[in-house]
Ligand binder design. Sequence first.
Ligand code: ATP
Ligand code: MG
Length: 713
Amino acid sequence: MVRMSVEVASSCIVDDLDDEQREAVLAARGPVCVLAGAGTGKTRTITRRIAHLVASGHVAPGQVLAVTFTSRAAGEMRARLRSLDDGVGTASVQAMTFHAAARRQLAYFWPRVVGNTGWELLDTKFAVVAQAANRAALQASTDDVRDLAGEIEWAKGSLISPEAYPAAVAKAGRDIPFDAAKVAAVYTGYETLKARRDGTALLDFDDLLLHTAAAIENDAAVAQEFRDRYRCFVVDEYQDVTPLQQRVLDAWLGERDDLTVVGDANQTIYSFTGATPQYLLDFSRRFPDAAVVRLERDYRSTPQVVSLANRVIAAARGRMAGSKLHLVGQRDPGPAPSFTEHPDEVAEAAAVAKKIKRLIESGTAASEIAVLYRINAQSEVYEEALTEAGIPFQVRGGEGFFSRQEIRQSLVALQRAVDRDVDGSLPEIVRAVLEPLGLTAEPPPGTKARERWEALTALAELVDEEVAQRPSLDLNALLAELRQRADARHPPVVQGVTLASLHAAKGLEWDAVFLVGVADGTLPISHALAHGPDSEPVEEERRLLYVGITRARMHLALSWALARAPGGRQSRKPSRFLNGVAPQASGDNSPNKPRRAKGVTPRCRVCNAALTAPAAVVLRRCEGCPSDIDEDLLAELKDWRLRMSKEMSVPAYVVFTDNTLIAIAETLPGDNAALVAIPGIGARKLEQYGADVLALVKGRSGPAGDIGHRQTS
Ligand code: ATP
Ligand code: MG
């Protein structure tokens, strides 16, 4: 009987895989390496292999440790393991980042290896690095301190000591803000400052890994206990492993070889942190018995997207080029990728928002759409444009939803509720616990208070979602789930468009992807170009573009702007990586012309200055220019917006942003034409809300207008 059900489970696990994927999944216990391009099913293969090993009784779910490098990618693995569970138990497999895994293990083993001294995690090393730079008598700007912190991270990730740093940096040809001896002095000072705190050791993220490796390497009892607990290791995105992470992995493994790795050297995009595809490429040298499987069928993207990806990566040069793989698209044909040039970033963002709106209107879920950019600072203009277009979105970067003060307080308060054993349904209990922390029925005034409220609301909604998925969930299990997410820094998913950096998009996929800012100087980024056009940093930028392209299942739009701000000098060029792969990139080749034509700059209605900031464009005046606002009308508009947002169960800004309401209360539009002249109000909003808004405006200005009318007639 038992055997039967194992066989049934196993056949479900492999029957929708291709031959090569199946070979990797069913390979005997021991080392397995899957070397394959984007979208070929590496993550699918690895999660199926876990399910197979568990279902066939090789390991218990709790003995598997699956690791990767970004919290989102870890979240993706967990989601897939959960959906494969079906009674097999894969949902309880530990899947997390190297850092989260090390942090957990260290918390467990620390008292035994160190004794009474506690430790505290140094979330950001900026302040300590700044202090160390100061002591080394360096005049370091904020940017310099960041660079110094980056150097320390690279050195620690690469297992390079302060003493060895100058020679290593010369060999690696890194560009550093001060001479290498000075950077090494800051590195030494940083380590000293960290160690010198009374009673508690201060550990940065790399220390978590170092101490974990050391605890296992140096203490036979710790090693024994750890190795009894975990027997099977799986690494996704293995091309991104640093020497330090590899050392941890080696400590985990000991003399064993139950290790499955998957990766794509062409997606190496973390070299600047010390990551290297060498361990992936050398895997079969280290484990001569390893089963090595190559995949080349791309199941994710249309042949149109796959063809562009192939052309972009075919131009790669340097050490990774030898591992070039040619992807073969398996999906039905789809639309050709579009390449669009815009006069400035505001116009680019507005055009992207418009296309997104059209996709949503024609049935694509907002959560299946992403806007990807090179650096996080690019998100702002897209946040603004999407807000104006009334499209919900979520900025990814995973920067610590769970590190927010109110969320940490919430977890403490929920723990107290567990201890008190309170009654009620889970969503009710949670709302009651969060209320004193600021989860009021309506959003409070003030930016910080509102941010807090939004975070608490997101937490409450996350709980609703968990309960909907698992109705039997109790408070204790919920807390465990939240803690696991917190460890993995996995923010809750909202059903909105994703805004993310290319680095954060690794391993993920969406129906529609907008790659924005594909201009020389942004992608490749200027500091990479400073190393020379054929340098390895420029090659890494090319791989970033490849990663971005291969995130799209169907719709792919690449765009760039000639200037940063409206009216600015149009000196930019499309990315060099598009040469020869995109239709000769100048002018708009898409059917939708950019919304804001060249040279037509919006002007302030008070002082007539050209407006560039998105907020000012919506207000139609400089933010500093005097406002002729009707305060009572604004209050009425806000009340009305709150009613609407509740009725429609959407956040208030989806109805209208504050700036749009201010513009209405200032300009007192009398008819539809005057309403649509306000940025942020398009045809759909006019149809939905136009009558209400005009009635409110008329209600305020009405009596005066009527009297005036009577007098003149
Ligand atoms: P990346 O390099 O971007 O991480 P990957 O190699 O890990 O990509 P997956 O994310 O596992 O690829 O798979 C890409 C998509 O193709 C997923 O939606 C997956 O479900 C689908 N897929 C993979 N293999 C198959 C298959 N044999 N049949 C149908 N769909 C598949
Ligand atoms: Mg993957």
